[in-house]
Design a protein around this ligand. Structure first.
Ligand code: 5GP
Ligand code: ZN
Length: 123
């Protein structure tokens, strides 16, 4: 069965990519919980933390950089890093990923359109 995040990571299907390094890619979530909600996905297919704890450790520096990018470029005041590992924990896509969810003290000061978010994150 095709894995949607493998297809995005390889470029086979499009996504709003905002960062990439040797371990994986970061792209905007299709249904953001806040403007700039980004998913960090490893190139290697592992389904969850149980399957991919070593991959998770290798992703940590990249996740940290993406979180900093979101804070710096969008002016977020804080950020949630979330991993849903396992269906019971709310995981819906079974390719390990980290949610980077920016939080804003003043939501009116944030670009509201996807294009505005992308422009700021890629600047
Ligand atoms: P999970 O519940 O598995 O941790 O979250 C999966 C996330 O992936 C959800 O927030 C959902 O909006 C996002 N998502 C699912 N399919 C796609 C897709 O095709 N493209 C993008 N950009 N995000 C997706
Ligand atoms: Zn995959």
């Amino acid at each position: 069965m095709t894995c949607i995040f493998c297809a995005i990571a390889s470029g086979e299907i499009p996504a709003n990519r905002v960062a990439e390094d040797e371990v994986g890619v970061a792209f905007l979530d299709a249904k953001p919980k806040s403007p700039g909600h980004t998913l960090v996905v490893p190139f290697e297919h592992v389904s969850d933390l149980g399957d991919g704890s070593e991959v998770f450790v290798r992703m940590a520096p990249f996740v940290t950089r993406v979180a900093q990018q979101v804070v710096d470029k969008l002016g977020a005041d804080g950020v949630n890093l979330v991993v849903n590992s396992g269906a019971i924990a709310g995981q819906e896509v079974f390719h390990l990923h980290v949610h980077v969810i920016p939080r804003y003290a003043d939501p009116d000061a944030v670009p509201s359109s996807v294009d505005g978010v992308l422009e700021a994150l890629r600047a």
